[in-house]
Write a protein that binds this ligand. Structure first.
Ligand code: CTP
Length: 399
C-alpha cells in the first residue's frame, strides 16, 4: 500500500519516525511530506533513511513530475501526525500553499489526522470548528491523548503513541472481508514444567500468531487468541486466553472449537511433557551429576481437532504450521505435504527454521499449501505473511 505520512510543525514531530518505521516494517511504501515548519523539528535526512524514499516539502522542486497532483493520486492512505492547530485551520479552509496541502486536496484516499497541541489550543472554538468541518468531510480524526505536554503542564493534546496511530489508520481503511467470522488463533510456545522453576520450552516468540490475530481483527474478524507463554499481547486483541502447557492449550481449543469458523494453530506445541513434574524445586545439591526426566507424549491437538470437526460435522477451516529444518525449498515442500496429510487440516503454513533465523524475527518466509493442491510462497514482514495467509483463507471460504 502507498502511504503518505504528513508531518506538521510541533514538538511531537519526532514521533513520526516510529510511525514511518511501523509502516515500512509492515511492508507499506511510505512517502513523507513534512511542512517547512516540521523540518524545524526533525531533519529530512532522518525521514529519508527511515522511509527509504526521498522527502519532499517544497512545491517548487521537481516540478516536471507534477508531484503536487501525482502523490495524492497514487496514495492509498494519508496520515498526518502530528497535525498542528495551524495545519487543521489551513486544511479545513482548503488552503494549498505547500506540497502537503496540495496532496490533501487531490487525494481520494482515506485521510487520518492525529492532532497534537496544547490543551487550550485543542479546546479553542476555532480548532473544534475545524475538526467538525473536517469530520463532516469524512476525514478520520484520532483524538489527542491526555498526558504530559511540552511544558510542565499536562492535559489533553498529547500525540497518541505511534502504534495506536498506525493501528487506528489501518483499521479505518482495511477490508472487512472477515466481518462476522470467528477466529481461534494460537500463538507462542508451550512450556512443560519440570519443577516450579524450570520448564521445557521452545524458541517461538508468538510474533507470527499475533500478527495473524491483528490482521484478522483489522479485517473484521472476532478473534480469540490462545497465547502460550506470550507476555505482551497488543490491546487490539481483546479476547486472550493465557496458557502455558500443551494440556492447557488443548483444553482451551476443546472449549472454543465449537464456536469458531477458523482455527489457526501458529503456536509451537511441545510433543512431550514431563511425566512427573516435581512439586518442589529440584536441588542440584541433592541430584548429583545426572538428572533423568521421563517424558510422555502430549496429544496432537491439531489432528484431534480435525477429527472432532469431521465427526461432529462442524464447519471450521483449519490451518496448521510446520516448522521444519529442511535442506532447501524442495525438501520443505515435501515435509509440508506430508504434515498436511498427517494432520488433515485444510492448510499448512511451512517455514524453514534450519538456521534459526525465523525465531523472534520480524520477518518470515513461508510456503502455504492447501489440500486442494494450491501452493503460495510468500516472504516479508510477519504482518505481510499474515495478510497473504488470510487472502488464501478468504479464497477457500468463498469457494
Ligand atoms: N501441534 C499440535 N499438537 C502437538 C504438536 C503440534 O497441535 N502436540 C500443531 C502445531 O501447533 C502446528 C502443527 O501441529 O500447527 C505442526 O507442529 P510441528 O511442531 O511442526 O509438528 P509436529 O506435529 O510436532 O510433528 P514433527 O515433530 O514430526 O515435525
Amino acid at each position: 500500500m502507498h502511504v503518505i505520512v504528513g508531518i506538521t510543525g510541533g514538538i511531537a514531530a519526532y514521533k513520526a519516525t516510529s510511525i514511518i518505521r511501523l509502516l515500512t516494517e509492515a511492508g507499506h511504501t511510505v512517502k513523507v511530506i513534512p511542512t517547512q515548519n516540521a523540518l524545524r523539528f526533525i531533519g529530512a535526512t532522518t525521514l529519508e533513511a527511515l522511509s527509504h524514499n526521498t522527502v519532499d516539502s517544497d512545491l517548487y522542486t521537481d516540478v516536471e513530475s507534477v508531484k503536487h497532483v501525482s502523490l495524492g493520486q497514487e496514495a492509498d492512505l494519508v496520515i498526518v501526525a502530528p497535525a498542528s492547530a495551524s495545519f487543521l485551520a489551513r486544511y479545513a479552509a482548503g488552503i494549498a500553499d505547500d506540497l502537503l496541502g496540495n496532496t490533501l486536496l487531490v487525494t481520494k484516499a482515506p485521510v487520518v489526522l492525529a492532532p497534537a497541541m496544547h490543551t487550550e489550543m485543542w479546546l479553542h472554538a476555532a480548532t473544534q470548528k475545524n475538526i467538525q468541518t473536517l469530520t463532516d468531510r469524512g476525514v478520520q480524526i484520532l483524538e489527542p491523548a491526555v498526558g504530559r505536554l511540552t511544558g510542565d503542564d499536562s492535559g489533553i493534546g498529547r500525540l497518541p503513541e505511534p502504534e495506536d496511530i498506525v493501528e487506528f489508520a489501518l483499521t479505518k481503511i482495511s477490508r472487512q472481508d472477515f466481518a462476522g467470522k470467528r477466529f481461534l488463533i494460537t500463538a507462542g510456545g508451550t512450556r512443560e514444567e519440570i519443577d516450579p522453576v524450570r520448564f521445557i520450552g521452545n524458541k517461538s516468540s508468538g510474533k507470527q500468531g499475533i500478527a495473524i490475530a491483528i490482521e484478522a481483527a483489522h479485517r473484521g474478524a472476532d478473534v480469540t487468541l490462545i497465547a502460550a507463554s506470550v507476555s505482551h499481547v497488543p490491546p487490539e486483541i481483546q479476547k486472550v486466553l493465557h496458557v502455558q502447557s500443551a494440556q492447557q492449550l488443548g483444553d482451551a481449543i476443546d472449549e472454543n472449537l465449537g464456536s469458531c469458523d477458523v482455527l489457526i494453530m501458529a503456536a509451537a506445541v511441545a510433543d512431550f511433557k514431563v511425566l512427573n513434574p516435581a512439586a518442589n524445586k529440584l536441588k542440584r545439591s541433592e541430584l548429583g551429576d545426572h538428572l533423568q526426566l521421563e517424558l510422555v507424549a502430549n496429544e496432537d491437538i491439531l489432528a484431534n481437532a480435525v477429527k472432532r470437526i469431521k465427526t461432529q460435522g462442524l464447519s471450521v477451516l483449519t490451518v496448521g504450521f510446520a516448522a521444519e529444518t529442511a535442506s532447501g525449498p524442495l525438501q520443505l515442500e515435501k515435509l509440508a505435504k506430508s504434515k498436511l496429510a498427517n494432520k488433515g487440516c485444510d492448510l499448512i503454513v511451512a517455514n524453514n527454521v534450519a538456521n534459526g533465523a525465523v525465531f523472534d524475527s520480524d520477518t518470515n518466509n513461508v510456503l502455504i499449501l492447501s489440500q486442494t493442491g494450491r501452493s503460495v510462497a510468500t516472504e516479508g514482514s510477519k504482518r505481510l505473511v499474515a495478510a497473504e495467509l488470510l487472502d488464501v483463507i478468504n479464497d477457500l471460504q468463498s469457494k
